[in-house]
Design a protein around this ligand. Structure first.
Ligand code: G3I
Length: 582
């Protein structure tokens, strides 16, 4: 019966660190984070390259292979072999594939830059490019950098072939908007990002990106996220400014991805940086991962390459290099170890709104004994862990996860990264608020205040979605369905939670083995008609906090699928759960 109540489950030698028991990929999965690397498929045949990539990352992005030049070598000629091999690598290793990039001023083919075009011709070329490339990868690429680097560092729009030289005929950010609309038309599913550099912290450039994003969101332009490239130096990043900028973008409902992280250092003629610089680099890598983990909508971290053997930095900045987390021999650097530390030790972030009824998914308050679900971006086991009753009780710790109310761990039903189901302790009765904390592997979130109410009733739906046909049985314990409707003058059994205390009161997390009446009065309507309640209390066979309500279906209840409402102590459940009546 427990399953009934489960909501939907939905190189310098000194500088080299041993690999830990868990890869970055494993740790990122526990965080619900995508952790990626930009890749060049010409290196896939190098086993250390492929093995390291598959072991340490759960996302890849072509460093160059999906750009305009490589994919669109002639006016009506497309070439996908190179990028397809990256898509195949991603699929073979269970990695997410990010697409980069559709509209950019760089890496354009000479057939395009060497000719003279009207704005109408360019508009057609760009629309065809976006439609063709996004369409080609519509089942593989989950997110696109649609437009890349459209702003100058002073916040003005960059002058490019697509914007105004001659442009596609749309002034200001309208050409960017058009690109997003074409991309959405070609792939309704893919997340669409704007990606840029030097716009990570607050400042004129990020202000310009923010203003565009705000305008796009207000007008329904299909913008889903902002990519922060994060090409950094040995100077300490402005973490306060980065966090503030991430927060204001997240407040618009946008996801944030760190898309091109690297930290370029002064190197000697062999490409080696000093231990001191490598330590500085490690701190920066740590801090960038940690700031992302503070923002629930920061969903991915990606480095621009992963081995110092292959990086754009030395070619672009002579005398600089050693920018990535593995050295040229694929040995993990201090930067690697520091990211492991950040993924392991950064406290989870909680919000009161993350806690909802496991029956209705409605939040706002928690009641004693309520079966609750916590949805968040918190760490947890990557695979679902389901609790068992031991000696008639659920555990208060499961796969390293605990959920604390006023410092006391609650019984847990299941947990997986991003979702945990628990039973609010009965000692909350009489309190008006509780301090909630989430813990994983001993690292606790800060406490958040959650309102406590005596009751917070909700009926379980049969498909655990919070609405639709209820988890309702007839007296033979058969589900009440359209094919087995409730009969007037007969009884149905409803299952609920948030119904408050019972008498006698069982222990927290205890398997209910006997009846125990609700302390508060319970009434039920079906199709708006009052129905007599013959029993309202503990649900034998379910965990304490689950409630069973036996109801006589009144003669006046209308036929068909009717809303069922349970009212306990004057508070009604949402009317979204239904029952079929003959
Ligand atoms: O593929 C050709 C090859 O056939 C030719 O022999 C060789 C000769 O130079 O060039 C090769 O193309 C180069 C390509 O990288 C692949 O190595 C291009 O010239 C070179 O311009 C290109 O550089 C890339 C650059 O973007 C421009 O597309 C870098 O690898 C890549 O790291 C860099 O990435 C950018 C992001 O896309 C956007 N943000 C900044 C970031 C760093 O500049």
């Amino acid at each position: 019966m427990k399953g009934f109540l489960l909501p939907c489950l939905a190189t310098a030698s000194l500088a080299v660190f041993p690999l830990g028991a868990q890869s970055i990929r494993d740790l990122a999965a526990e965080r619900g984070l995508r952790f990626g690397a930009a890749v060049d498929p010409s290196h896939f045949s190098e086993s250390l390259y492929s093995d390291t990539l598959a072991r340490e990352f759960n996302q890849v992005e072509p460093e160059n292979a999906m750009k305009f030049g490589p994919t669109h070598p002639g006016l009506n000629v497309y070439s996908f072999a190179s990028a397809d091999s990256i898509a195949a690598f991603a699929a073979a290793h269970g990695m997410a594939l990010r697409g980069h990039t559709l509209v950019w001023h760089s890496n354009l083919p000479s057939w395009l830059t060497g000719a003279t075009w009207t704005t109408a011709q360019l508009s057609n070329i760009l629309q065809d490019h976006i439609s063709t490339v996004v369409g080609h990868y519509k089942d593989q690429v989950f997110a696109w950098d649609v437009v890349n680097e459209a702003f100058n560092d002073n916040g003005t729009l960059r002058s490019t072939i697509w914007s105004n030289s001659p442009g596609i005929g749309l002034a200001g950010t309208a050409y960017i908007e058009q690109a997003f609309r074409w991309a959405r038309a070609a792939s309704p599913k893919a997340y669409l990002y704007y990606n840029d550099y030097n716009a990570e912290s607050t400042g004129v450039k990020s202000d310009a990106v923010y203003a565009m994003a705000k305008d796009f969101k207000a007008r329904g332009v299909p913008l889903d996220g902002i990519g922060m490239q994060m090409h950094l130096t040995s100077a300490a990043p402005n973490l306060t400014g980065i966090e503030a900028n991430m927060r204001r973008l997240a407040d618009l409902g946008l996801m944030i991805d760190i898309t091109e992280l690297d930290v370029r250092l002064t190197v000697n003629s062999s490409g080696i940086a000093s231990d001191a610089l490598l330590a500085t680099e490690a701190q920066t890598y740590h801090d960038i991962v940690a700031v992302c983990l503070k923002i629930p909508l920061c969903r991915g971290v990606q480095t621009w390459g992963f081995t110092d053997k292959y990086s754009w930095v030395p070619g672009t900045y002579p005398g600089l290099g050693a920018a990535l987390e593995f050295d040229a021999g694929y040995r993990p650097k201090p930067a690697y170890a520091s990211m492991v530390g950040a993924l392991s030790n950064t406290p989870p972030v909680l919000a009161a709104a993350d806690l909802v009824s496991a029956a209705s998914y409605g939040g706002g308050s928690v009641s004693p004994g309520e079966i609750v679900a916590l949805f968040n971006t918190n760490p947890g086991p990557a695979a679902l862990a389901v609790a068992d009753f031991t000696d008639g009780r659920l555990p208060t710790s499961l796969s390293g996860v605990r959920l604390l109310f006023d410092g006391i761990a609650a019984p847990l039903l299941y947990t997986v990264t991003g979702q945990t189901a628990a039973i609010a302790p009965f000692f909350l009765a009489g309190r008006s608020t509780t301090q909630m904390q989430y813990e994983y592997k001993g690292i606790q979130s800060a406490a958040v205040t959650v309102a406590v109410s005596p009751v917070h009733p909700a009926l379980f739906a049969a498909n655990a979605s919070g609405s639709g046909p209820g988890a309702i049985l007839d007296l033979a314990y058969h589900p009440v369905t359209a094919a087995n409707p409730a009969r007037r003058g007969g009884y149905v059994i409803l299952y609920a939670t948030g119904a408050g205390l019972t008498s006698p009161l069982p222990g927290d997390g205890q398997l209910a083995t006997d009846t125990a009446s609700l302390s508060a009065r319970a009434t039920v309507t079906i199709g708006g008609v009052d129905c007599a309640v013959s029993y309202a209390g503990a649900a034998p066979g379910l965990v304490a906090g689950g409630a069973q309500v036996n109801v006589l279906v009144s003669a006046g209840v209308p036929s068909g699928e009717q809303p069922v409402v349970l009212t306990v102590g004057g508070v009604s459940s949402p009317a979204s759960v239904t029952v079929f009546v003959e």
